[in-house]
Design a protein. Sequence first.
Length: 298
Amino acid sequence: MTTFRFTKGQATGNDFVLVADPEGTAPLSPTQIAALCDRHFGVGADGLIRAVRSEHLPEGAAALAEDPDATWFMDYANGDGSVSEMCGNGVRAYVRFLVDTGLATLGVGETIAIGTRAGVKRVERSEDGFRVDMGRWALRGGEPLVSAHGLEVDRPGLGIDVGNPHVVVALSSNTELEALDLARPPVLDPAPPAGANVEFVVPAEPLVSGGIGRIRMRVSERGVGETLSCGTGAVAAALAVRHWAGAGAPDRWRVGVPGGVVEVAVAGAPGEERVTLAGPAELVFDGNLELPSPVTAG
Ligand SMILES: N[C@@H](CCC[C@H](N)C(=O)O)C(=O)O
């Protein structure tokens, strides 16, 4: 048996198992990650985050080359054990974990650089949460057709890469959003080679209030299924609606998800715009769990 010390964290209801492995000596296999994230036989979570010093991971070397301040790396895996490049809610929970466990210090208004497989992300601590500089994004052409249970007619989706892949689908009403059955994952045609997270989005009424755009979304995450929130998904959804709205669309967006609200903001000169994600993140509990098989490289 192998005993794991873990912490459970959440960010707008997107929940994570967090494990400290500063020296990078305890990699987890996909099977072990899936066991830890299992909601019946394990801790239960949408994803697992291993806190490793960048110097101890091959991907960490790239992060340090990009920014020598990125001494901590977020080794992120989905609940099924598959690896993802980036997690917008997870990186906030990760910084909360580093700070609350004393692995890093970060005062309100200060910024920490975190290595991820989607590059280095700078995370600023605010009074009530964290703001992540998600960097640049890319619209993907092709508009895959999306079918989902509860959706009467297949819809075209807009592919957006925000470090990880997303497809955003516009729905016409809250009724349509609520009728979705995401217990089974949506099907994309053509299917992106590496899969995608799929966001279904509706405008709030009115769409813009006080200069801030407002949307609601539900998400089916790659490697997980429906979750209460997805930070990168909220960024992709806001960017998609901003794209569809055209010139004059707001740069600030409030994105309502089943687990709360996150804020997305675009700033910078045309052609050099960057996007940020802000929202809360909390630790919930910690404990020990014994897994039957020894740790093996995943
Ligand atoms: N929940 C995350 C995204 C996690 C990774 C995603 N499922 C993927 O496979 O890309 C977020 O908050 O961004």
